[in-house]
Design a protein around this ligand. Structure first.
Ligand SMILES: C[S@@+](CC[C@H](N)C(=O)[O-])C[C@H]1O[C@@H](n2cnc3c(N)ncnc32)[C@H](O)[C@@H]1O
Length: 254
């Protein structure tokens, strides 16, 4: 489980030092945070690196429309917007009004309001009018199994928003929902990257995709974080659906 944090004792309550100082360093940025918004974690930074590697050699991805679903402080949306080309855009969504307010503040702080649009709403719902137009989707959704929340460090369990953490009985509710919707949101060849709780969730998700939507995706990959833990499921919307080509579905595990 990666939900550790830097705790600080204030009075008799342990809280996060980032909520006390009101910001967190993430990549080369300083992002405002407050209670009600998840403090962005270092492992999530790798998603920006993955996108960076991908867009470097691909003009369509560099200049296209991306989504960061469940944006929290806006970390992924801002990180990605800064590496896109002049026409590249990001839509960042969140169900939490506090997250939307904090992300909007951070977007303005980095003067990216022309590149990032922030929308309030649940997962794909605020993106309906741009369905099928995305070249990339990223998300670090809630993925902690409900019964594990109580066992998290006190400053996480008590002070970070449950909406950002709780992924339902086995932690997979939101990840599965995102997988189901990804194919219809992405253009053919579009990229997705979803963060998970670890190896078990990565494998569950890949197995599920293979069973339920094998022909929709290609190049599905499990990517490890900086600590060597299998953390992300990535892949592409298939360019064409060819049921006679068994190689269209490939899983590479790094
Ligand atoms: C684990 S946090 C990730 C925040 C941020 N992307 C990051 O990496 O620091 C998950 C985020 O998903 C949001 N969220 C939870 N349920 C949602 C839903 N149904 N639709 C959109 N966002 C949701 C939470 O409010 C929270 O900001």
């Amino acid at each position: 489980m990666r939900y550790g944090s830097r705790g600080l004792k204030t009075g008799d309550l342990q809280t996060n030092s980032q909520y006390v100082v009101g910001c967190e360093h993430w990549r080369d940025m300083v992002l405002s945070v407050e209670e009600g918004v998840l403090i962005p974690r270092p492992e999530t930074e790798l998603i920006v690196d993955l996108v960076g590697d991908l867009v470097e050699g691909n003009g369509e991805l560099r200049e296209g429309l991306w989504a960061d679903m469940g944006t929290g402080s806006g970390a992924l949306a801002i990180g990605i917007a800064r590496i896109l080309g002049p026409c590249g855009r990001v839509i960042a969504t969140d169900l939490s009004p506090v997250a939307v307010a904090v992300a909007s503040y951070n977007v303005q702080r980095y003067n990216l309001q022309d590149k990032i649009e922030i929308k309030l709403g649940s997962w794909f719902e605020p993106l309906k009018n741009v369905e099928g137009q995305f070249v990339g989707l990223v998300s670090n959704p809630p993925y902690i199994p409900s019964h594990h929340i109580i066992g998290l460090q006190a400053e996480v369990a008590k002070h970070e928003p449950r909406l950002a953490l709780d992924g339902g009985a086995n932690g997979m509710n939101d990840l599965l929902h995102l997988c189901h919707g990804a194919a219809s949101m992405l253009k053919p060849g579009g990229f997705f990257a979803f963060e998970t709780n670890g190896e078990k969730q990565c494998k569950f998700l890949v197995d599920h995709m293979q069973k339920e939507s094998k022909s929709s995706f290609s190049g599905v990959d499990i990517v490890s974080d900086f600590a060597g833990n299998k953390r992300f499921v990535t892949g592409f919307r298939a360019k064409s659906h060819n049921p006679t080509n068994p190689n269209e579905w490939t899983v590479k595990i790094n």
